[in-house]
Design a protein around this ligand. Structure first.
Ligand SMILES: *Cc1c(COP(=O)(O)O)cnc(C)c1O
Length: 399
């Protein structure tokens, strides 16, 4: 930790993030190139539409798209993409939203894709004034169900690529897109956390949406890439519902910088460094009673591995969630990836670490596991109580 750490000045805890790119933790480490760009533009005036035009060219190049737009977030991109699919270039309709009278206003989405990324996907659709039409069931959906859901009122379909979604029993994107396109319905793909900037459009998406602040290491923002008319229609929402979701010059310029850095990045070197970190943690956990660690691939095939750490409470004297909570406590909190914690495991994500933090993570793991092992009783609180405590804590904000 740098002595001039901004977090000490603000009185917030210096988090070590092994959870992944989480909005609740500040998303990602913004790249030096983006930090420099953000700092340089903040005190200058620019013509925002022209800056967006430059962003469009950068996005078009990287995503092999006709055009692109920077939004406040990927979530805003869903809302504005859907809004644009409804209004097209009708400025009066843009100003009438979320009233959709006279417009196509239905948006179909697989039931297995109706997930929460911190907020419900379908709420981002409804925010535009659209009506959500779920397709299939939570764990299965068929082509005929999608075809049957598309009517003359359908404005768009939304497809989500994420570790959150159900990933069996669902039509793959290419099949999903083919069915929608055969009926002239635009396909909007939420690929917020995906490294592949070209795959979704190549598989038939009309719009592909990304977060600037996730794997790209940009400032908070969203990227809308795809068909020129649909990107333009999303842009036009800035004089309507998009106003409350506006992105500033720093977010647009910082996103351009992050995209350009992505083009130049030595991806193999990043991967090698992450693998080294995973080996370090794996070695430290090897042979510890009740602890089973394995390197697992990313569930949506991003070029990224994580360490899955399973904790057997009788042997380790602690549950996975109690260990996670202890790691997250104190003056040097280590926050693990815990969305599957009730299965008795968590993940360590190596992609958001500053140099030297990997060894702090090792030391904290060893410290808490040793302490648990030395305890005479098994540390096992209720996982339901933990969930309830988290909700209570949110409801008590700001105390
Ligand atoms: C993170 C995420 C979002 C939200 O992205 P923001 O840019 O933070 O709004 C949407 N969808 C998925 C699948 C995500 O992972």
């Amino acid at each position: 930790m740098k002595s001039a750490d901004i977090r000490a000045r603000l009185g917030v805890r210096p988090v070590i993030n092994v959870a992944g790119t989480m909005t609740a933790l500040g998303a990602s480490i913004v790249l030096p190139e983006a930090v420099e760009t953000v700092g340089a533009i903040l005190s200058e005036f620019v013509e925002i539409d022209d800056l967006q035009r430059k962003a469009s060219a950068a996005i078009a190049r990287l995503c092999q798209a006709e055009a692109g737009l920077v939004t406040a977030s990927c979530s805003a991109g869903i809302t504005l993409g859907v809004a644009g699919a409804m209004t097209g270039a009708d400025l009066a309709a843009v100003e009438r939203l979320p009233d959709t009278a006279g417009l196509k206003n239905e948006v179909a989405i697989l039931a297995g894709h109706m997930v929460s990324y911190g907020a419900p996907v379908e709420q981002a659709i409804r925010l535009a004034g659209a009506r959500v039409v779920p397709v299939g069931q939570a764990t299965s959906a068929h082509a005929y169900q999608l075809a049957g859901a598309l009517t003359e009122r359908t404005a768009a379909v939304v497809y989500v690529i994420s570790h959150h979604t159900v990933r069996y029993g669902m039509p793959p994107l290419a099949e999903f897109a083919q069915i929608a396109r055969a009926k002239g319905v635009p396909v909007i793909v939420d690929a917020a956390s995906e490294y592949d900037l070209r795959g979704p459009l190549a598989a038939g998406a009309d719009l592909a949406l990304y977060s600037s602040h996730k794997f790209l290491g940009g400032p908070t923002g969203g990227i809308v890439a795809g068909r020129r008319d649909l990107v333009r229609a999303a842009f036009l929402q800035n004089s309507g519902i998009g106003r409350g979701m506006k992105i500033g010059k720093e977010g647009i310029a910082g996103t351009i910088a992050a995209l350009e850095a992505w083009e130049r990045r030595d991806h193999a070197a990043v991967r090698a460094r992450e693998s080294e970190t995973l080996r370090l943690w794996l070695d430290a956990l090897q042979g510890r009673p009740g602890v089973t660690a394995v390197i697992v691939p990313d569930p949506t095939d991003n070029p990224l591995d994580r360490l899955q750490v399973a904790v057997e409470p009788n042997a380790a004297h602690i549950t996975a969630w109690d260990l996670a909570d202890r790691l997250a406590s104190g003056s040097r909190p280590v926050i693990v990836r815990d969305h599957e914690i009730e299965h008795g495991h968590f993940f360590l994500d190596p992609c958001n670490l500053h140099p030297g933090e990997d060894t702090v993570v090792t030391a904290r793991l060893v410290e808490e596991l040793d302490r648990a092992l030395a305890s005479n009783e098994i540390i096992a609180t209720s996982v339901s109580a933990r969930r309830a405590r988290r909700i209570r804590s949110r409801l008590a904000w700001p105390d």
